[in-house]
Ligand binder design. Sequence first.
Ligand code: IVH
Length: 702
Amino acid sequence: MKKPVEKLLKEEAKEELAVLSKEISEHDVRYYQKNAPSISDAEYDLLRKRNDEIEGRFPEHVRKNSPSRQVGAAPSAGFTKVRHSVPMLSLGNAFDETDVKDFFERIKRFLNLDQNEQIEVVAEPKIDGLSIALRYEKGKFVTGATRGDGIEGENVTANLGTMREIPPEIKGSAPTVLEIRGEVYLSRGAFENINKMRKIHGEPEFANPRNAAAGSLRQLDSTITAKRPLQLFTYAWGEVSEDFGLTHSDRLLQMKKWGFPVNPLSGTCNNSVEAITYHQKILNNRHNLDYDIDGIVYKVNRLDWQQRLGFVSRAPRWAIAHKFPAEKATTVLNKITIQVGRTGALTPVANLTPVTVGGVVVSRATLHNADEIKRKDIREGDTVIIQRAGDVIPQVIEVLTEKRVPTAKIFLFPKNCPECNSQVVRAENEAVHRCTGGLLCPAQKLERLKHFVSRNAFDIEGLGGKHLEGFLNHNIIKNPADIFNIRTYTKFLRSREGWGDKSVDNLLASIEERRKISLERFIFALGIRQVGQANSKQLAFHYHSADIWLQTMQKAARERGSNRGEQKSTEFVGEAFDTLCNIEGVGISIADDIVLFFSEQENVRFIKDLLDSIMVEDAAPKVEGSSTLSEKVIVFTGSLKKMSRAEAKAVAETLGAKVTGSVSQNTDYVVVGTDAGSKAKKAIELGITVLSEQEWLVLSKE
Ligand code: IVH
């Protein structure tokens, strides 16, 4: 057994890297030149992985002839993964002044601040690059990772190590563990140069600087990265072993002193009016910058306030991205086609004459639904204005009717699914048309599989849409559970055109790696309508294990089955269904979609099959350590002085309590502020423990 990488001493690491480098290059020769490998691909990948991990910890010992630096090195299975000790989150968006004002107001309300109290924020340009985390231990750069899904990223230490702007060592004294976060980007000038060279060499050009930066950073061969002039702005931190400033701006200053690049345009604003002025100023100057930005980020400056504000789902309450207005362009809409989604929704798509919008070539745009086409009177052959904002799919915003040609054709929404010919229906109160084919529809089947293997679900690398389509056509995969039995087809896979032994082995290995999954990802992967990541998380917390989840959902489906059609949300349907409705973020509409999914026997069957071949980890209870409040049911009533009710609720929930709106036998505590009314009275009648705000504060800090 080899010593774990984290236990290796400096000298041992150096020695092992020398041995690994020799070993790997010998295997390369056997594999590539003699066609006679002496070890399996999996074993070979392990050697490379170990090499990368050691290099990640000891970048100072990366050898000049290291396998990770070889030009034309064998494609390894990819980068190793790094789990972020503090998740890398995303940001909520503000699109106009009202959204920005709301952001400031929300904060005031949450912190229960006086109306005329100023909330100072730091405003920074939002860099259109890719976010990375740089980990320093005892002042030395040890690991660099991409954001990935926010929980786990890719280890790109060797590549980041080639960047001039990343200090290999911190200037002056710094916390023992320090993780600095920021955005890697390419200047517009560098992007143009790279594309010029690619054109000369007959290589496909990058669509925009962001893609070019991502392509440059995610190179398995770091000598390629080294040739690309990647740049960096740092603006946040992850794990830190000691505090280094009480405000965001203090910390930026300190980061600058340590040698990290901080955007010189960052500034502070005291209120929403100043923030909006700052936004306007940068927007007007945007074209003078040599890098792409897509908005301004505002961050509450006081870190104690940031701490109290916390997070909702995957974004902090203390920051927001104020986006720049979308960029627009005029082009011709040649044809409207229909795309069938995972849940059968039919989306009309505009096929356009390609046009560049904000640096990206756009040839398709969404038309949302039939009503939208009608409302905007969009016809095939029309000249249209399209817009593109950030990551969202381009949209058709209006038709230039004065340019309409006589041949322009009104679009008739199909009555049958273009993929499976099943009937198309449109539910009352819904804008969407849906294919009724369910899993009989090949498009729905394929989309469901794509979702199942996607990054935030099972995250199976190397199983793209084209492969899935092929497997479906050959009946190798009929439902998601079959993915985990694909091994039985190894021979067939190896015989397929374009599939080398290595890629088959890599695929099988990445499937194996995912046989163990968290309950939250598992629920998300099922692809139930309206059940996204946030809901999946709540459901996982609540039902705890896959077996309980399956059984209870089937029960809820039976309860609802005998009640369907009665849409009244107040009526009692059954215990399982009602509990489901009451889970935070669920409600009757989502609960109905969930039980609809479970009332289809085919779905239940494939989940059972799936559970036979994988391991779903139970969800950890929603507590930070064990707390006296875990599992307790709390009601807040009246107004609190030290914090808003929203903050009190957030605190209670992170301690594992459940906060409800009405007092019942199930309530454990009622926290009473000033001017509390009937709820306090009811609590006393029912003999429930009543707490004052002060008592609640003591309890929540225990
Ligand atoms: S702060 C918890 N500041 O925008 C908040 N993000 O849409 C962490 N980004 O994932 C992000 N410039 O990749 C922050 N000045 C800036 C930024 C910035 C660009 C990116 C970052 C983040 C994404 C969120």
